[in-house]
Design a protein around this ligand. Structure first.
Ligand code: M6R
Length: 613
């Protein structure tokens, strides 16, 4: 989604902001722009990629030490140069970038038109800027005051950053519902939607909260609430290496991130599974163990891939902890009037920790006194701060739009929590607990075996089927959510229509789609309790001349015989197996997408961090 970067200091701001925009590219965008103060207010915007903006900048001199930049993911108005940010006030003196959605923009727009304002773009952002300008002019306020008053009228979400020709040494920003981080350097400040453009310059950051206003003026950072009261900024240290946000020799971030999984899973276990592998210690859980043990119900919420992790968790927690689990799309949960109380635990699962649907769902649950637990990858993100407790997945920055290592990180955390609670509730014997724990710890090695033995095979399968128009993904039990995840990955980065189903549901409808050009991907593990039934489901497809690709247990010669293609994975306890079965499906999607020539890191229309509802 939209990305913001701003700079104020002693350096040439334009190249710095441009590089910041490149760091934000992964969030997904369709146009970009920069404004700089240098006595005048200079502006440059382009539809398309950052390189289009960069090309335009080559022939433009834009000096200045104060600048704002933006990558736009269109909401109001198509992607073009005019709708791109920054937007400029009617008097040409103020520039503003915005991330979020102003829900009452139409009412404000009509009021502005009545007052004689003209609007160049179709955006809610220009409406907000001119609303601020009208308040400033009509009341003879300075910009800061006008921003504060305007935001009291605004319904929706925003991060805004403004520069003003009349206050040439000032950056003003405010936040509600979209992320904003301020970086503090030597006599210079940065503002950005996330820490990635900041880590190149400094590790000292302040995470801005909702309803806060930041003014950086004459080298000082002033933090206020919308009531104009000063607050003390909390300076935190970024724990992020620059190498972690670069491709490191891989063709795509997605490929790098798939290959990182043995290490990211090990990192997730590190310090949590004790050296002698006898116990699990997770701080976020230790402090609230009694709540987990006595929980009446767990409700898992998330979106996309994180929702799939929640679905796997439903099986895990019901099996190992005997706690009833409900799983809901965060976007649906919020609007279905849920019935909650303090005995319910809400798990919010999110890679970015900034997904607007998940955040509003949490706010709803908080109102009803539920205990909120976050499983989040991005340290310091909004969800990590609004939940009562939580655990980081420690998967490192995930740049590819298609979530891969974050998903296995989420599962790794969920397994550890379920094992811990299951043991504490005495539902798991010490023997079973130790067996599962050791299976869990063997996962990274087994993923490495998949890397060593299956990559060429998966790439050839992708070559054969990448021109397909439709695909079906089928699995049962623990593999059903993995079928959904495999189908989502394929859709996102190859633009092939794919559906995931529980294998048994096939005969209730999807079987009508079967013909010889519709590949069906089955997850059919030998030690699955439904193995025989899955074999019958495969036969049903074969009888209709469908092509079947199987994810199977290494050495399972019986299944191999009836398949058109197969990908073997090492044997694993069925409970833990989703951590393995998802890996070949990630590769399959990756190769199908790249063989079609798609930029899998930035597939069309998608955003990495979905900060609007
Ligand atoms: O950051 P989150 O985990 O909350 O994001 C949720 C979804 O937007 C995300 O998983 C999305 O579906 C990915 N593109 C999947 O690959």
């Amino acid at each position: 989604m939209c990305g913001i970067i701003a700079y104020i200091g002693h350096r040439d701001a334009t190249p710095l902001v441009l590089n910041g925009l490149k760091r934000l590219e992964y969030r997904g965008y369709d146009s970009s722009g920069i404004a700089v103060l240098n006595g005048n207010l200079q502006l440059l915007k382009r539809k398309g990629k950052i390189k289009d903006l960069e090309l335009a900048l080559e022939g433009t001199h834009m000096p200045g030490k104060v600048s704002i930049g933006h990558t736009r993911w269109a909401t109001h108005g198509e992607p073009n140069d005019i709708n791109a940010h920054p937007h400029i006030s009617s008097d040409g003196k103020i520039a503003m970038v915005h991330n979020g959605i102003i829900e009452n923009y139409d009412v404000i727009r009509k009021e502005l038109l009545t007052k004689g304002y003209t609007l160049e773009s179709e955006t809610d952002t220009e409406v907000l800027l001119k609303f601020i300008e009208s308040i400033k002019q009509e009341n003879h306020f300075d910009l800061e005051e006008a921003v504060r008053i305007a935001l009291k009228w605004v319904v929706g979400t925003y991060v805004i950053v403004l520069i003003d020709q009349e206050r040439p040494n000032t950056l003003i920003a405010a936040r509600k519902g979209s992320p904003l981080v301020v970086g503090i350097g030597d006599d210079e400040y940065f503002m950005a939607s996330d820490a990635l453009p900041i880590v190149d310059h400094t590790r000292d950051v302040v995470y801005i909260n909702d309803y806060e206003l930041v003014i950086i003026e004459e080298g000082e950072l002033i933090l206020k609430n919308l009531g104009n009261e000063r607050k003390t900024p909390l300076i935190e240290k970024l724990d992020l290496e620059i190498a972690a946000i670069e491709k490191g020799g891989y063709e795509h971030f997605m490929l790098k991130e798939i290959y990182q999984q043995p290490d990211t899973i090990r990192d997730c276990f590190r310090g949590r599974i004790t050296e002698e592998s006898s116990s699990i210690q997770i701080r976020g859980i230790e402090d609230h163990l009694d709540k987990f043990v006595s929980a009446r119900r767990i409700i898992m919420i998330g979106c996309g891939t994180s929702w799939h992790a929640s679905l796997v968790a439903e099986y895990i927690f019901e099996d190992l902890c005997r706690i009833p689990v409900e799983v809901d799309y965060a976007s649906e949960f919020r609007y279905r009037n849920p019935i909650l109380d303090s005995n319910d635990i809400i798990f919010a699962i999110s890679q970015s920790g900034e997904t607007a649907d998940t955040i509003v769902a949490l706010e709803k649950a908080k109102e009803q006194n539920a205990f909120l637990f976050g499983i989040v990858n991005v340290v310091g993100s909004s969800i990590s701060r609004i939940t009562h407790a939580g655990t980081y997945t420690h998967s490192g920055p995930e740049i590819g739009v298609a979530s891969t290592k974050a998903f296995t990180g989420q599962l790794a955390v969920l397994y550890m929590i379920a094992l811990k609670v299951g043991l504490e509730k005495q539902l798991l014997s010490q023997k079973k607990y130790s067996e599962l724990l050791s299976q869990l710890q063997s996962v990274p090695k087994k993923i490495e075996t998949i890397f060593e033995t299956q990559i060429n095979n998966i790439s050839s399968i992708a070559e054969k089927y990448c021109q397909s128009q439709n695909c079906l993904y089928l699995g049962r039990g623990y593999q059903f959510p993995i079928a959904l995840e495999g189908a989502l990955k394929l859709k996102e980065i190859s633009y092939i229509h794919a559906e995931g189903y529980p294998a048994a549901e096939m005969k209730h409808g999807p079987i009508a789609l079967i013909e010889d050009n519709v590949p069906v991907i089955f997850i059919a593990l030998k030690n699955d309790e439904c193995y025989e039934k899955i074999m019958s489901n495969i036969q049903e497809i074969k009888a209709r001349r469908g092509k079947v690709i199987g994810i199977i247990t290494e050495g399972d010669s019986r299944t191999k015989k009836i398949l058109d293609e197969y990908i073997e994975i090492p044997e694993c306890d069925p409970v833990i197996s989703p951590l393995l079965t998802v890996v070949p499906l990630q590769f399959l999607a990756y190769y199908m997408g790249t063989k079609k020539g798609i930029d899998v890191d930035k597939p069309r229309n998608l955003a990495k961090s979905v900060t609007v509802e």
